[in-house]
Design a protein around this ligand. Structure first.
Ligand SMILES: [Zn+2]
Length: 212
């Protein structure tokens, strides 16, 4: 460890664990937190107040591992609640936070805090969820983990909403509402509505006209 003016310099970092529902993100977050606690590092765990599926003040994984967590209503509230002595900050369901979360975690890392976050990288339409795209970009380490497709057993990277008629991005639920799916079994819009496919067709059509 290096020392400056007699105080140890801690190196901060930003870690993201992402993937679809049922991939074990929260379990991985809890595993990292428990290892830090074994090393006697002071850890604080936060979660958005919106996620009360299992417990108001605990982070609970699908396999019922759990750990105490502080529910917060905004990302700035995390900054207000982190103690000077805290070495590790863990944030679960980070996709539900506002865009300021990127500023908050950068500030914490600059102070020497190790920040570990877990969240859904995509919503049920396959679009980057809330602040996740920005968080993945600024992270020092990213682990994208897979679930298992409920239809074919292939690695699943998508969260499929069983009733897509309800188009709200945030609809907190469990296996009653969602399934993990592989790319080919999570075709959200079909080829007809795929804008990229439309442009590819358009370009290949204009190529043909040049050849005439
Ligand atoms: Zn599949």
């Amino acid at each position: 460890m290096s020392f400056f003016g007699g105080s140890p310099i801690f190196s901060g970092s930003i870690e993201v664990v992402c993937g679809p529902m049922f991939s074990g993100k929260t379990e991985e977050l809890i595993r990292r937190v428990k290892r830090a606690q074994i090393a006697r590092q002071k850890v604080q765990i936060f979660k958005p107040a919106i996620d009360n599926r299992y417990h108001e003040t605990e982070v609970v994984s699908h396999s019922s591992l759990s750990i105490e967590a502080t529910p917060v209503n905004s990302s700035v509230e995390i900054l207000q609640k982190v103690f000077d002595s805290t070495r590790v900050v863990a944030i679960d369901e980070v996709q539900f936070f506002d865009e300021n979360i990127t500023v908050v975690v950068e500030k914490l890392a600059r102070r020497g805090v190790r920040v570990i976050m877990a969240g859904l990288d995509q919503d049920f339409k396959g679009v980057p969820f809330g602040p996740m795209a920005s968080l993945l970009a600024i992270a020092d380490s990213v682990d994208k983990i897979h679930a298992i497709c409920t239809l074919c057993g292939a690695p699943a990277t998508k969260t499929f909403r069983k009733n897509p008629k309800n188009s709200e991005q945030v609809l907190v639920g469990e296996t009653d509402l969602y399934e993990a799916r592989c790319r080919s079994h999570a075709d959200f819009f079909g080829e007809d509505q795929d804008q990229l496919a439309f442009f590819v067709n358009l370009n290949s059509a204009s190529d043909k006209s040049q050849n005439l």
